[in-house]
Ligand binder design. Structure first.
Ligand SMILES: [Zn+2]
Length: 322
């Protein structure tokens, strides 16, 4: 029904503002599914129906490769029967473990972080992305894959680690024809959020914007003909888009710096100023985007940070500040 080495896109509805997510069926030596939609009955129905259009049934899928751990990319795993090879970055493993302690630790970490950011307690309910029921429980990670690994059953494709949008993020790159299956690392019409996450090792939280910028720059060094993204249409010439994204982020950081030149601020105060509407509906994304700029400015020594009564306060560096 479709040719060997073709990358076939299946678009599945999700109950998020972005509306749908893409998964890809790749027929190499094995039949591989890249990413696995959201855990809803509707998503599964659409997936089954669209598979049928290319002459396949879910049982034909031999392995699933996950680009990152977000619920809209892994949830459908739960609907697959029987054994399934599931591959992804090692940091993805706990998200498939259904380990209540892991999710509790996540919540504790975020509640503490929100306090430091001066976010009112009433926003604690916004941590619903950590709702255990969104995550699959029937298929653990069977093998972890990392930078440079070749994928069994998918000749030509290797793994590139791209942390930033998620700590577990990878993309799959085919050196022969320069095609890339990109997950949420780079989307054409929307910029990917560098989402805040708990540290997996040590106590320092990751700084996702800084990681994200490095992961974007990494792609500037390799030729890419086409990107098959986790959301919306495939696109060409991603290098131009990458430069554009890096420039825009720098500009956003300068806007934040201007606010901090006027007054010292908490993360929440700054977040409300930057995202006067979005912070109410999508707090975690608005906060992540705010902290992203602060991490960036801090890296370049442009801001001061102090803590008062457990709350972080940021201000612009003045001439003469250390
Ligand atoms: Zn994502």
């Amino acid at each position: 029904m479709f040719s060997k080495d073709a990358i076939y896109k299946i678009t599945i509805p999700i109950p998020y503002p972005i509306k749908d997510v893409n998964v890809y069926v790749v027929k190499g030596d094995a039949l591989t599914l890249v990413d696995a939609g959201m855990k809803t009955e509707e998503a599964w129905r659409v997936f089954e129906h669209k598979l049928k259009e290319i002459g396949l049934v879910p049982e034909d899928i031999e392995q699933v490769i996950l680009t990152h751990h977000h619920p809209d990319h892994i949830g459908l795993l739960d609907f697959f029967d029987g054994d399934l090879r599931v591959l992804g970055h090692r940091l993805l493993a706990p998200w498939l473990s259904h380990d209540v302690r892991f999710f509790d630790r996540q919540k504790e970490f975020f509640l503490e972080l929100l306090k430091q950011f001066a976010v009112p307690e009433s926003f604690a309910s916004h941590l619903d992305h950590l709702d255990l029921s969104l995550y699959p429980r029937n298929h653990p990670l069977t093998s972890s894959i990392q930078e440079g690994d070749e994928i069994d059953g998918m000749p030509g494709f290797t793994v590139i680690e791209t942390p930033g949008h998620a700590q577990s993020h990878i993309v799959l790159y085919n050196e022969e024809d320069c095609r890339m299956i990109g997950g949420d690392h780079l989307l054409k019409t929307i910029s990917s959020n560098p989402v805040l996450e708990m540290p997996y090792e040590g106590k320092e939280r990751p700084k996702p914007q800084l990681q994200y910028n490095e992961s974007l720059k990494k792609l500037l060094h390799i030729p890419i003909s086409v990107v098959f993204p986790g959301h919306k249409d495939e696109f060409f010439d991603p290098h131009l888009l990458i430069r554009n994204r890096l420039d825009k982020q720098h500009e956003r950081a300068l806007t934040v710096l201007k606010h901090l030149e006027k007054q010292e601020m908490t993360v929440f105060a700054l977040c409300k100023l930057l995202f006067p509407a979005a912070y109410q509906q999508e707090l975690l994304f608005a906060i992540s985007e705010t902290v992203a700029q602060l991490d960036y400015l801090e890296q370049y020594g442009k801001i001061n940070k102090r803590i008062e009564n457990g709350v972080l306060l940021f201000s612009a560096q003045r001439r003469g500040d250390k």
